[in-house]
Design a protein around this ligand. Structure first.
Ligand SMILES: *Cc1c(COP(=O)(O)O)cnc(C)c1O
Length: 464
C-alpha cells in the first residue's frame, strides 16, 4: 500500500468540539511537508532562545488539539499515538475536564494548600483512596499532591526513608523515574538524563528486572535473581524502598513475567522495605484497570501517579498506607504549587470521566483492536519480535531478524515515515528497540485501523 504525502482519512465518527473555530475533526490530514513552513519558522526562532537540552522529538508546533488529533500551525491534522507520553488518556481538551478547569479558574487559582486549603485537593485524595489497591474504606490510603512524576518519586522515597529510618533505594534495570537529581540517578540510562550533571545521588541500587523476551526467565526465577542481587549488593536491612514500574514505560513497555512482582512485594514485606509502585505512566486507566498493579495482584505500600491524572494539567499524587504517610512531621511535605486547585478540579473530572465513559472498557477495546492489528504486522514482518503491553499501553519490539538484538534503525525509519504521513509515534527501550503506543482511550477503531495501515506501509518501506 502506498500513500501520497498529502493524504486524508475520514472517520465516520466525528467528535468535534462545540465551537466551530476550535473544532478539530477526528481525521488524519497532511497538507504540507512535516514539519511545515510555519513550524520551521517558529523552530528557527526557538533555537535562538531555547537551549538544545530541551529537545523536541518532532518539531511541529501544535496550535490546538481534541481527542486523538493534534493540529499544527500549518493545519496538518496528526493522529496522536503519544499523548504527551501517556498524559492525554481521556483525550485532548476533554469537554468535562475543560469545563471543570475553567470553572475552577474563575473561582480560585492558588492559595497554597499548606497555607489555606481548598476542597478539590481533598476530593482528589478521596478518589485515589478509593482506587488504589490495598486501600479500604476502613483504612484508606492517604495522599500528598505535587506537580510532576519526578516529584512524586522524590517524595515517595523521602516518605519511605522517614518511615523506615533507612537510606537505601532499590530500583530495576531499564527503569525511568524522572529528571531531578535523585530521579535521574535512579534511571537505568546515564545518557541523556544524568551524564555530566553529577554528583549523582547515593544509596541507589539497580537490580535486574524481568524481561521475558530477553531473559527467558519465569517470574519466580527473575525475582530470585533480583532479590539475590539486592541482598548481596545493598543489604535488605539498609533498604528503605523498592521503586518499581509495574509495566516499564521508557524501558519499552516491559511486562514482567507472572509472579515476579508478587514475589518482590512479599520479600519487601518480610524485610520491612516499602514497596513503591511508580504508576506515573501505566496508571490512570491506561491499561484497563485504574492502576496497572491491580493486574499483577499486588497491593503496594505507596502508589505514585502523575501523567494522565489531570487531563494535561500538572499534578502528581503520592498515595500510601496511613502509617507510612503519617510519619512525616507537619511542614515536612508540600511545595508552593503542589495540588494546584485548577489541576485538582481537572483531576476530579478525569476520575468522573473514567466512570461516566467507561474508560476501562475502552482501554480493553484498544488492546483488542490495536493489539490484534499489531499481531498481524508481527506475523508479516519478521523484524517485529513481540507485541506486548496491556490496554492502551502497547509496544512492539523491533529486532534484527532471527535474533533478539535491537534494531534501532528500523524503529527510527518507521517513526520518521509515520510522521511524514501524519502519525505521531514514539520509540522506547534503552536501545530504542521498541515503538510504544499511548493513544487516548477515546481513539476510534477507524483511527486505530488507519494508524495500522500507516505502520504497515512504514514497515514495508523500512524492510524493503
Ligand atoms: C514520566 C515518568 C516519570 C517522571 O514524570 P515527570 O512528570 O516527567 O517528572 C516518572 N516515572 C515514570 C514511570 C514516568 O513514565
Amino acid at each position: 500500500m502506498t500513500e501520497s504525502n498529502v493524504s486524508t482519512h475520514s472517520s465516520p465518527v466525528s467528535a468535534d468540539a462545540a465551537s466551530p473555530e476550535t473544532a478539530v475533526s477526528q481525521e488524519r490530514r497532511v497538507v504540507t511537508a512535516i514539519p511545515g513552513p510555519r513550524s520551521q519558522e517558529i523552530h528557527a526562532r526557538r533555537q535562538a532562545v531555547v537551549p538544545p537540552g530541551v529537545h523536541s522529538v518532532l518539531p511541529v508546533y501544535i496550535e490546538r488539539a481534541h481527542d486523538s488529533i493534534v493540529v499544527d500551525v500549518d493545519g496538518n491534522h496528526i493522529v496522536d499515538m503519544c499523548g504527551g507520553i501517556g498524559v492525554m488518556t481521556v483525550g485532548h481538551t476533554d469537554d468535562a475536564v475543560v469545563a471543570a478547569a475553567t470553572a475552577q479558574l474563575q473561582k480560585v487559582t492558588h492559595t497554597l494548600f499548606t497555607m489555606t486549603p481548598y476542597e478539590p485537593y481533598v476530593q482528589v485524595a478521596e478518589h485515589l483512596a478509593k482506587h488504589v489497591p490495598g486501600s479500604t474504606a476502613d483504612a484508606p490510603y492517604k495522599t500528598l499532591l505535587m506537580n510532576s512524576g519526578a516529584e512524586a518519586v522524590e517524595n515517595g522515597v523521602k516518605i519511605a526513608r522517614k518511615f523506615t529510618g533507612r537510606p537505601g533505594v532499590a530500583v530495576l534495570e531499564h527503569a525511568y523515574h524522572g529528571r531531578t537529581m535523585l530521579t535521574a540517578s535512579m534511571n537505568h540510562k546515564a545518557a541523556p538524563y544524568a551524564l555530566g550533571y553529577g554528583p549523582r545521588a547515593s544509596d541507589i541500587y539497580k537490580a535486574p528486572n524481568s524481561y521475558p523476551l530477553q531473559d527467558g526467565l519465569s517470574g519466580a526465577e527473575a525475582a530470585a535473581r533480583t532479590i539475590a542481587y539486592l541482598e548481596k549488593c545493598a543489604g535488605a536491612s539498609d533498604l528503605a524502598c523498592l521503586v518499581v514500574e509495574p509495566i516499564q514505560g521508557e524501558g519499552g513497555f516491559i511486562v514482567p513475567a507472572d509472579g515476579f512482582l508478587p514475589a518482590l512485594a512479599e520479600w519487601c514485606r518480610d524485610n520491612g522495605i516499602v514497596f513503591i509502585a511508580d504508576e506515573v505512566q501505566a496508571g490512570m486507566a491506561r491499561t484497563g484497570t485504574v492502576f496497572s498493579i491491580e493486574q499483577f495482584g499486588v497491593e503496594p505500600d505507596i502508589v505514585l501517579s502523575a501523567k494522565g491524572i489531570a487531563g494535561g494539567l500538572p499534578l502528581a499524587g503520592i498515595t500510601g498506607r496511613a502509617e507510612i504517610m503519617d510519619q512525616s512531621q507537619p511542614g515536612g511535605l508540600g511545595g508552593t504549587f503542589g495540588g494546584n486547585p485548577v489541576s485538582c478540579a481537572a483531576a476530579v473530572a478525569v476520575f468522573e470521566q473514567i466512570e461516566a465513559q467507561d474508560l476501562l472498557a475502552e482501554a480493553r477495546r484498544i488492546e483488542r483492536v490495536f493489539g490484534a492489528g499489531l499481531t498481524r504486522l508481527a506475523e508479516k514482518y519478521p523484524v517485529i519480535a513481540e507485541v506486548r503491553g496491556k490496554g492502551a499501553m502497547l509496544a512492539i519490539e523491533v529486532v534484527q531478524p532471527g535474533t533478539t538484538a535491537p534494531n534501532a534503525e528500523v524503529v527510527a525509519q518507521v517513526i520518521d515515515f509515520a510522521a511524514q504521513q501524519g502519525v505521531l509515534l514514539l520509540s522506547s527501550g534503552v536501545h530504542n528497540q521498541a515503538i510504544r503506543f499511548l493513544p487516548s482511550l477515546k481513539m476510534t477503531d477507524e483511527l486505530l485501523e488507519d494508524v495500522l495501515s500507516v505502520l504497515d506501509a512504514a514497515f514495508a518501506a523500512a524492510t524493503a
